[in-house]
Design a protein around this ligand. Sequence first.
Ligand SMILES: [Fe+2]
Ligand SMILES: [Fe+2]
Length: 398
Amino acid sequence: MAMKMNTNIFQSPKYPSFSLPAVVTTSLRSPKLFTATSSSLRSRSNKVEMKVKNSLRSPCHVQTTHSMPPHKIETFKAMESWVEDNVLVHLKPVENCWQPHDFLPDPASPDEFHDQVKELRERAKEIPDDYFVVLVGHMITEEALPTYQTCLNTLDGVRDETGASPTPWAVWIRAWTAEENRHGDLVNKYLYLSGRVDMRQVEKTIQYLIGSGMGSSTENNPYLGFIYTSFQERATFVSHGSTARLALGHGDVKLAQICGTVASDEKRHETAYTRIVEKLFEIDPDGTVIAFAEMMRRKITMPASYMYDGVDDNLFDNFSAVVQRLGVYTAADYTDIVEYLVGKWKVGKLIGLSPQGQQAQDYVCGLPKQMRRLEERAHDRAKKRPVIPFSWIYDRKA
Ligand SMILES: [Fe+2]
Ligand SMILES: [Fe+2]
């Protein structure tokens, strides 16, 4: 059923090319490049190193931009009142929202604060190091939120043009960001108080990651962008749900509550983003199924895939292996999400598609079956991977 997809679907006659000149980025990751010994050389080298480390750490790749035909911008403008009625309703009024403070020791009551911190640390002692590696990775991913807001604001037809634009799309982007901002805050403060992780290394990783950006490959194209966010919100819902379950297994009900609360926000956001894509399937089934197939063909890159702690050049892969080994987010979860979205958007039932649309439909509908065959292998690979030191846990192995 699956067919070989055109690798550049948005450059096809159906989607004529509106791309800007390609941007080629080069990765200069290795600190070994900088080995000057004299002080002047060292100073120059440090400047170069700083410049490089603060710049893109993405792999060498060509980025396509503005792949959605300009006339389709009108589709998104015409959706504004629908967004107001069907998407903004998934935001919670600030006064009804939880805040990180609600789950953490209260510094306003000094005596209780010390006791509460002591209790928090006692509970954290029962939790193994590899769990903390996962929790740190999750927190770092949440803390790179400036990148995600930037990415949403690259999308044609929906971006916040002024930083305070009143359009429903812009209101959603800002309010979604504001809701998400509590996630990193909460887990960051919890980790700081737990005393279990090397906060300086963790903080460096956040700085590197925000400086590096992300590789979502959404090409300023809101079709691709909202398919990506639908997938990602569900992936984070699954991941935070898993850390909640594991915390419970380690006897830490309060940490389980923290992770579970974040997971329930992600679920609400997933509902909003999948609703947008559902509407796009209604308005433009052909364009949406082609975009869905294209996004799946590229694979959903995790938003923190450029993470680096100044030490480990394979940090994301090493972190991901621990995540897979602990069953927090696995290859099977990835397939489950693809299958869930195919079903939710009723892709198999689309009719009246162009030949290219039918090809895309066949591809995405056949994908879960194909992917199931690879799951076992991914699991075995993660299981066989030797434990390695993580700077986040003072170079202990996980
Ligand atoms: Fe989040
Ligand atoms: Fe989220």
